[in-house]
Design a protein around this ligand. Structure first.
Ligand SMILES: Cc1cc2nc3c(=O)[nH]c(=O)nc-3n(C[C@H](O)[C@H](O)[C@H](O)COP(=O)(O)OP(=O)(O)OC[C@H]3O[C@@H](n4cnc5c(N)ncnc54)[C@H](O)[C@@H]3O)c2cc1C
Length: 561
């Protein structure tokens, strides 16, 4: 006797076994423009792996079976170990094998650009394991020129992931984290109370004993951390390994793992230091400046990561709408849904380009623009340095701020299915829960807007900004109006209460100039919808927009318009 009550139909299929690189035309074109010599075969192989059903299963399992803290062994001795599901390790292995960590610092020109594109692709698969990967990438500028760096750098860039809790000399690859935030102050790190007491000199420089706590310290299984602590001369930045060079376990006590909204596969901890050993990095009293060398790089990754998540959410929305029918038509054919999808596609592409532009500025300043043959638009190398400084708060602020809004709309495209976790199979729900994080950590939006005010104190910024958008000048009247408004606002800058508006307008102006390379349909729609006052709702593109062209460009290869 048949027990079937109905046939399942008009439900979309899972978006699996898609080559994430092949499916992402905006990213491919941007990479080609910014770094024409990129290793295409590498990206094709990576895109296939990261989009595979097997890797998606690892992402599901790593988020379902969250990390567990083992603070003590069964005899009551502290062990401070975090246990992860095997799928977490599989994802970490893949991320390091694809050189998303410190490897680009040892590579030639273009290395940071390739890494940025690869980071975005990986984010579509699983963003939370990228937390320790990002911090390992980010630490180099803060750590270089120290004796520790000589011993650690080779292994920070090694592609052979090694999760063992053994001294650094015995490991293949090493990973690093950071501890700034304390209970009484996160953004205001000068309120840190952790004390550092001088303990002697050795081969790694000035050694201190640190006592205090950190309220957030992610990826506590990293091999070492940069942490802030007070010395007699003010805040210092310290290198704190989990295992000391002689093999003893350092006094870093993990109190608890955070119970977070998203970012489930990654462990974030509260820790206490009980005279933990650490070495001073940089000068006493200048710790904030020192650790922000690392913070600037993780801010880049916040923008890259959010752009990757946007792309992931967009692909799911496009795929679903191409397969689901309502009221006699596929959703993708319904006029209002076309408007929503095209608008999301514009946002996703503009986010991708802005984040990649910052990565290019990092690459060019690290290697020297002239050395790479990139003539800067105002004729000197400092253009890239100014853009790197300007784009860091701008991209972190704007791309991350748009993330949650974007995820909500993309989720709505899937209707009720978008809101369902389905034992970890609900990728859209996972993206939605992850989205706010990049906006909060490493300096929330207000902190980025305040940083922008600091950046704008130099007159060179306006010149660089205008040089940057010069290729798009005259192409759209809204862009001309926006450029004039931004110039006026920069001259009047200083009012903290207005800093978010300024950050938004600079971001939109830069994004408009960047999407000029994406074809007329994208450029015209972006300028018309965003430069004369940003619409507060997706799906408000004006009539006359080339919806089909924009959607077609964004379509993941697996789906059809
Ligand atoms: C999942 C997760 C992982 C994290 N991992 C780490 C880690 O590994 N290491 C680490 O050090 N930290 C980590 N953090 C902490 C994170 O960086 C901080 O939470 C963040 O910087 C904000 O600091 P806070 O929480 O103390 O908030 P506050 O500093 O109290 O800020 C609260 C709000 O006030 C705003 N604000 C602050 N000052 C001003 C001002 N002058 N004007 C206007 N607005 C202002 C901020 O923008 C923010 O919106 C993590 C956080 C999360 C959620």
């Amino acid at each position: 006797m048949s027990t079937a009550t109905h046939e399942v139909f008009n439900q979309s299929t899972p978006l699996v076994d898609v080559n994430l690189f092949g499916a992402n035309r905006p990213l491919r074109e941007a990479l080609q423009r910014l770094h024409p010599g990129y290793d295409r075969a590498r990206f094709e192989a990576m895109g296939a792996e990261l989009g595979s059903a097997a890797m998606q299963q690892h992402a599901r399992l790593a988020n379902l079976h969250t990390p567990t803290l083992h603070a003590h062994d069964r005899f009551g001795r502290r062990i401070d170990q975090v246990e992860f599901h095997p799928s977490y390790h599989a994802l970490m292995e893949s991320a390091l094998r694809h050189r998303l960590h410190a490897a680009p610092w040892a590579e030639g020109p273009g290395g940071h650009i390739e890494r940025a594109a690869a980071f975005m692709l990986f984010t579509e698969l699983e963003p939370s394991v990228l937390c320790p990967v990002s911090m390992t990438y980010a630490v180099t500028p803060a750590l270089r020129a120290t004796p520790v760096f000589d011993d650690w750098f080779g292994k920070l860039g090694d592609s052979r992931y090694d999760p063992r809790f053994v001294p650094f000399t015995q490991k293949t690859a090493l990973t690093m984290g950071m501890g700034m935030t304390e209970k009484q102050g996160g953004s205001d790190v000068r309120a840190n109370t952790t004390r550092a007491v001088f303990d002697g000199d050795d081969a790694w420089g000035r050694r201190f004993a640190l006592t205090g706590h950190k309220w957030f310290m992610s990826a506590p299984m990293c091999d070492a951390f940069l942490v802030l602590a007070q010395t007699d001369a003010g805040l210092g930045c310290f290198f704190m390994p989990r295992l000391l060079p002689d093999g003893r376990v350092n006094a870093i006590h993990i109190q608890r793992l955070k119970d977070k909204l998203g970012n489930k596969a990654n462990a974030s901890s509260e820790v206490e230091f009980a005279e933990a050993t650490a070495w001073l990095i940089g000068e006493e009293g200048r710790g904030v400046r020192q650790i922000l060398e690392m913070g600037a790089m993780t801010r880049l990754d916040c923008a890259l990561g959010t752009a990757g998540l946007m792309r992931g959410a967009l692909s799911l929305a496009l795929h679903h709408c191409a397969e689901r029918e309502t009221f006699g038509k596929r959703l993708i054919e319904q006029p209002m849904m076309k408007n929503v999808l095209a608008d999301l596609a514009l946002e996703s592409e503009a986010a991708t380009l802005l984040a990649l532009r910052l990565a290019a500025a990092v690459d060019r300043t690290e290697h020297g623009a002239a050395a790479e043959g990139h003539e800067t638009r105002n004729g000197n190398d400092s253009h890239e340095a100014v853009m790197r400084r300007l784009l860091t708060p701008i991209a972190k602020f704007w791309v991350c701020k748009r993330g949650s809004h974007f995820a909500q709309e993309a989720m709505e495209c899937l209707g009720g299915n978008g809101y369902v976790e389905a034992d970890g199979d609900g990728v859209m729900a996972r993206i939605y829960r992850e989205m706010p994080l990049n906006s909060i950590w490493e300096g929330a939006a207000n902190i980025q807007a305040l940083d922008l005010l600091r950046v704008l104190k130099g007159r060179a910024v306006e010149d660089a900004l205008m040089a940057e958008i010069a290729p798009a000048r005259g192409a759209h009247p809204a862009l001309e109006r926006a450029a004039a408004r931004v110039s006026a606002r920069i001259h009047a800058a200083g009012d903290e209460a207005q800093a978010r508006l300024l950050a938004r307008d600079i971001a939109l102006l830069l994004q408009a100039a960047l999407v000029k390379d994406s074809g007329d349909a994208v450029f015209d729609a972006f300028c018309a919808s965003r430069l004369d006052g940003a619409a507060d709702v997706f799906g408000a593109l004006p009539s006359g927009t080339h919806f089909d062209a924009i959607i077609q460009r964004a379509m993941p290869a697996a789906a059809a318009l």
